[in-house]
Design a protein around this ligand. Structure first.
Ligand code: F6R
Length: 615
């Protein structure tokens, strides 16, 4: 969602700010702007639309066009923002930075009590131009400001409720940036005679890898040569400097047409990086993060909670853990879990899956589980993210930065990680022998080569894409693990190609959904599980008999009826339980090529944000 950047140094900063904003474009946004100290004033340039117009956009729109026509602000300190509209439509006036001649701010998050604050400020004579909650914060800062920014900020933080990350500049305090946050991410980057603020480290990686994590309700005061931190009572705070392990190449396209394609290609390496460090003496090992066999044996039930693809990774894990460990696993959508008074107890393990570690509903589900007293384990990609820090145990997936909004490699490493966890849980619960555990672990360790083989088969995915690209609606069907994969395949397709699609448990079709089948509704049948194949074959015949064009995704060694299939993708054979590790590739790539052939914005699909920090 919204992205924040800020720079203070010795160089002209307009381009630095815009480039940093472009690195945050992946978070999702619909307007952008910058505010820079120019002479003795703050000059703001902002515009609705993309920073640089994209295919189909008005070429005379966006921040870069506005900077060209109005002229870049000249100065060495400023703040910038990409806004994903919540309060008020995407428009120039609702874009950030927002403020008046004395103070200017950029804001990520939602101020829940903004109506009350607005009423109060109107009673004090303030007027409002935008429909945003952000403007109430800017004006409240102005109201409390009597020459000392820190005091005004501390007073405002005491009044506002909700989630926020803020970048703030005061005209009277030239070339100083102030920053504060609660719930929404914000880091302070440390350079050479130049310092930064950013929503995430990818925005500033080209300048520095060193940064501080701002904690809840802390305030940072940043000049070109000094960074100071304070708590809400304005006591100084010492912080530890962090070093990002990600490098700039990882956040660039590197010759690929889209980040999504690049990230699909990165999967074999990412899976290796995630799996290898968790294997000791050929066994999955989680003792380092506190998950011992003794603990595992003490759990009555396991809950797995996440949103979107992360939740789908939980579905794969459910099938594997229940089958092997014989322990009940409930998979929940975080936004449902948090409001349905879940029956979690202090004898349960709640596994929270999140790429970003900042998803608002997932974070709320984690905190609820912590409060209940359950053991919580976060499987997270972004180091130091809020979910990673709030969970009782944390384990990182090592996917590197995922820039495409549509998750690919982050999902692949999530399922790889969940396999390892499932094997260990099954071993600890005596559902599988040590020998079986070693055998599965070793196969998982070597699976990257099979994933690479699947990625090479581009022509067949392009061919399938060309056959489904004109459909209005599509159905994905599968059983067991293949049903879990259908869910993910369907999400990928609709997310980036805008073709409506649903996933269905194949056996459930006859209970209503089969009435939708016509020759205009292609069916992607995911059928990689030998044990369930006969049943799948019947379901495939049922849809074929009703006119559907059938795309079969199966594996080598499974014998199917050629007459019931129009197009096929045959994957390399790995153990049935591990098939999702390879099945994911064609599902991602069919979605990718369908979107490319339909000419949609693959990396930044409409209406979507990468990191969903509001409910
Ligand atoms: C789909 C996708 C989303 C995310 C979901 C959770 O391609 O990317 O469904 O999986 O928004 O995000 P995280 O994992 O960051 O909590």
């Amino acid at each position: 969602m919204c992205g924040i950047v800020g720079f203070v140094g010795r160089e002209e900063c307009a381009d630095i700010l815009v480039n940093a904003l472009r690195r945050l474009e992946y978070r999702g946004y619909d307007s952008a702007g910058i505010a820079v100290f120019e002479g003795d004033r703050i000059r703001t340039v902002k515009a609705k639309g993309k920073i640089k117009p994209e295919k189909g956009d008005d070429e005379h729109s966006g921040l870069l066009y506005r900077l060209e026509t109005e002229g870049k602000p000249h100065g060495t300190c400023g703040i910038g923002h990409t806004r994903w509209a919540t309060h008020g439509e995407p428009s120039d006036v609702n874009s950030h930075p927002i403020g008046n001649e004395r103070v200017s701010i950029v804001h990520n998050g939602i101020i829940e009590n903004y109506r009350e604050i607005k009423k109060f400020l109107i009673s004090k004579g303030y007027g409002f131009e935008s429909e945003t909650d952000t403007e109430t914060v800017a004006k409240l800062l102005d109201y409390y400001y009597e020459g000392d920014p820190l005091t005004a900020i501390a007073k405002v933080l005491g009044k506002i409720e909700g989630a926020y990350a803020l970048g703030i500049i005061f005209r009277d305090h030239k070339n100083v940036i102030y920053a504060a946050r609660k719930e929404c991410p914000l880091i302070v980057g440390k350079g050479e005679h130049a310092n930064y603020i950013a929503s995430d480290v990818t925005a500033i990686l080209e300048h520095t890898r060193e940064y501080y994590l701002l904690e809840h309700s802390e305030i940072a005061e940043i000049t070109a040569d000094k960074i100071s931190f304070y708590d809400i009572n304005l006591n100084p705070v010492e912080k530890e400097l962090q070093t990002a392990t990600w490098d700039i190449e990882a956040a660039e396209k590197g010759g690929y047409e889209h980040f999504m394609l690049k990230e699909i290609h990165e999967q074999p390496e990412a899976v290796k990086r995630t799996v290898s460090p968790r294997i000791k003496d050929s066994m999955p090992d989680f003792e380092e993060c506190g998950l011992t066999d003794e603990k595992i044996n003490g759990y009555d039930r396991i809950y797995i909670v996440g949103c979107g693809s992360a939740m789908h990774a939980g579905m794969v894990a459910k099938y594997v853990i229940e089958d092997m460990a014989r322990v009940p696993v409930t998979v929940d959508i975080a936004s449902e879990f948090r409001y349905r008074r879940p029956l979690v107890t202090d004898k349960d393990l709640v596994i929270i899956i999140s790429q970003s570690g900042e998803t608002a509903d997932t974070l709320a589900a984690l905190r609820l589980s912590n409060n209940i007293g359950a053991d919580t384990l976060a499987i997270v990609n972004v180091v130091g993210s809020t979910i990673a820090r709030d969970a009782k145990m944390v384990m990182y997936t090592n996917a590197g930065p995922e820039i495409s909004v549509c998750s690919t490699k982050a999902y692949a490493v999530q399922i790889a990680f969940m396999y390892l966890l499932a094997f260990r849980i099954a071993y600890a619960k005596q559902g599988i022998t040590e020998e079986k555990c070693r055998e599965l672990t070793s196969e998982l360790l070597g699976i990257s080569d099979r994933i690479s083989e699947c990625i090479e088969e581009k022509a067949q995915y392009q061919y399938v894409a060309s056959k489904i690209m004109n459909a209005d609606s599509l159905l994905y069907i599968g059983r067991g693990l293949d049903y879990a994969m259908s869910m993910e395949g369907s999400l990928k397709l609709k997310e980036i190609s805008y073709i409506h699609s649903e996933s269905y448990a194949a056996g459930e079709l006859k209970h209503g959904t089969i009435s939708l089948i016509t020759e205009d509704m292609p069916v992607i049948a995911v059928a990689t599980q030998q044990e369930l194949f006969e049943k799948m074959q019947s379901n495939i015949k049922e849809v074929k008999a009703r006119g559907a064009k059938v795309v079969l995704v199966t594996r080598k060694g499974i014998v199917y009826d050629e007459d019931s299939v129009d197009y096929k993708v045959v994957l390399p054979a790995v153990s049935d339980v591990l098939m999702p590790m390879v099945t994911i590739v064609p599902l991602q790539m069919i979605a990718y090529y369908t979107a490319v052939q339909r000419g949609t914005n693959v990396d930044k699909p409409r209406n979507l944000a990468k990191s969903v920090t509001t409910e």
